[in-house]
Design a protein around this ligand. Structure first.
Ligand SMILES: Cc1cc2nc3c(=O)[nH]c(=O)nc-3n(C[C@H](O)[C@H](O)[C@H](O)COP(=O)(O)OP(=O)(O)OC[C@H]3O[C@@H](n4cnc5c(N)ncnc54)[C@H](O)[C@@H]3O)c2cc1C
Length: 476
């Protein structure tokens, strides 16, 4: 007997009765759009139906049907994830939160926003800015990801060094359990010692425990003014040595981002632009500083600029206009697209996280392993956090399917090194199923037992996003 139930005609009708017309589809072409995410098509899998609830009550009813029939449910935000997290590996229902896309409230007294999970992150940022606040938890994919996806992956981004990852900005959530039960967790407050924090546990749980249907997020006061610096280095080693000094300078560093030569080459070719000193630069450091006054800003960029020059940078450019700043950030933000323009199979799942002190050694090991595996890579990194994204290109002559397996093993080799250096296999993108094997290899039996107990407490039937995190499929 198969472990999971199938969506029969009757069940399809029942789901449609819950959502109303247009809320369920089993059309093959439509399903294909929900079969994969930004990890790439080779990691995709077709669902049986896509269901698009409009509110929490509908989510609850859908989960009750799924539980009764043991149908797998994979929650989906915008599908911008980089590890196959939103891929319905066991088929069943893709639960797309795209119709739940309202910003319900900006509450200035409690400094929070209340949002549905399908809000595009950038829309939240804009709404907060219009009221004089900052939503600081946004990732680089802010224009494409949903806040519900950010919650479920504990997304990071370019400003973590100053503001922290998404978890720090989630104050409350309404979630629906696989049973259909609705939980209200946290609220419009900032301190909570009222028992175990289920809220913290659910942030980053990648849709394997519950569906987020409403979020209460922290808003920061409007930031001071910012300035951007681009430091060009002749060697990666010199750049990396500067980073610790920049971070330790005591200045208000908001971002500290790394791009290597190859990534800049392919990305500037893709964008049709150039960065300064591109011919002789092996790597770039892009730094954003904050200050309340002209004097503070000036002190910031002069101090940091001197550190970079003393560390071997042959030039440090201070952006003098918004256009200059946008040009610098454009290359950084389009790094993945640049690599994909070179090779559509460029794999973006690399998300190594190491202590800042281990970054130089991690970069050396990445280079060595890439050479041993005969893989061409470009690298971007939130280097100030110790979070490194190597992006490998598919070697010539390898089929996409072979590449999927090869890339998984390549990343596993890198992750083992990150762990040996005191880090972990993912800093912000999560596990999905691309990194599942190496995650399981890395956890001790005692830890796995506790983690699987948690999964069972939320999802006793195992219908939530099967084949992810700590619950491999039988064929894995
Ligand atoms: C160009 C590019 C740049 C990126 N930059 C960054 C970056 O700087 N930092 C970063 O952290 N990530 C980055 N990402 C990865 C990705 O954008 C983030 O992981 C993002 O948080 C995913 O959001 P999403 O809405 O697309 O979620 P999806 O990809 O749809 O889903 C991701 C996971 O969340 C689960 N999920 C989604 N919604 C819900 C919900 N409502 N309830 C329960 N579970 C849910 C899914 O089941 C899945 O496991 C980048 C991706 C791209 C393509």
């Amino acid at each position: 007997m198969p472990r999971y139930g199938k969506i029969t005609k009757e069940i399809y009708g029942e789901l449609l009765a819950v959502t109303g017309p247009g809320g369920v589809t089993a059309d093959e072409e439509a399903l294909d759009n929900y079969a994969w995410d930004q990890a790439g098509r080779v990691w995709g899998h077709m669902p049986e139906a896509v269901v698009k609830p409009a509110d929490t009550e509908q989510v609850s009813k859908i989960m009750k049907i799924a539980s009764r029939e043991r149908i797998p449910v994979t929650p989906r935000g915008a599908g911008s994830g980089l590890n196959g997290g939103a891929v319905p590996r066991a088929g069943g229902i893709v639960l797309s939160l795209e119709r739940m896309n309202r910003i319900l409230e900006i509450d200035p007294v409690n400094r929070v926003a209340v949002v549905e999970p399908g809000v595009v992150t950038n829309d939240l940022c804009r709404a907060a800015a219009e009221r004089g606040f900052l939503y600081a938890g946004y990732p680089m994919s802010t224009e494409t990801s949903f806040i519900g996806g950010n919650f479920a992956t504990n997304a990071g981004g370019g400003k973590v060094i100053r503001y922290g990852s998404t978890r720090r900005h989630i104050l409350g959530a309404e979630v629906v359990l696989p049973s259909g039960e609705v939980l209200e967790l946290g609220g419009r407050y900032r301190k909570d010692t009222w028992g175990y924090s289920l809220l913290s546990l659910l942030v980053g749980s990648e849709g394997t425990l519950a569906v987020a249907t409403k979020l209460i997020v922290n808003l920061e006061p409007k930031p001071g003014r910012t300035v951007n610096l681009l430091a060009c280095y002749p060697t990666v080693e010199q750049l990396v040595e500067s980073v610790a000094k920049v971070i330790g300078s005591g200045r208000r560093i908001i971002s500290c981002e790394f791009m290597d030569r190859k990534l800049v080459k392919y990305t500037t070719e893709y964008l049709g632009c150039t960065l300064p000193e591109q011919e002789r630069s092996e790597a770039y450091l892009l730094i954003q500083l904050e200050g309340d006054t002209d004097e503070q800003l000036e002190d910031g960029y002069e101090t940091v600029g001197k550190i970079c020059l003393a560390g071997g940078a042959f030039e440090v450019f201070v952006a003098e206009s918004r256009t200059d700043s946008a040009a610098m950030w454009n290359v950084r933000q389009n790094g993945l697209e640049g690599m994909r323009a070179k090779d559509p199979y460029a794999c973006s799942s690399g998300d190594l996280m190491v202590p800042l002190s281990a970054v130089p050694e991690m970069l050396r090991r990445i280079k060595k392993i890439a050479e041993e595996w005969n893989v061409e890579i470009g690298i971007i990194a939130h280097i100030g956090d110790g979070n490194i994204h190597p992006i490998p290109l598919k070697p010539d002559g390898m089929s996409p399917e072979e590449w999927a397996r090869y890339a998984e093993d390549f990343f596993a080799a890198l992750i083992r090194e990150a762990i040996a250096l005191g880090g972990v296999g993912s800093g912000e993108h999560g596990v999905g199923h691309v990194k599942q094997k190496i995650l399981l290899e890395n956890k001790t039996p005692a830890e796995l037992e506790v983690l699987r107990g948690v999964k069972k407490a939320f999802d006793p039937l195992g219908i939530m996003n099967p084949g992810k995190m700590f619950s491999p499929l039988e064929e894995d």
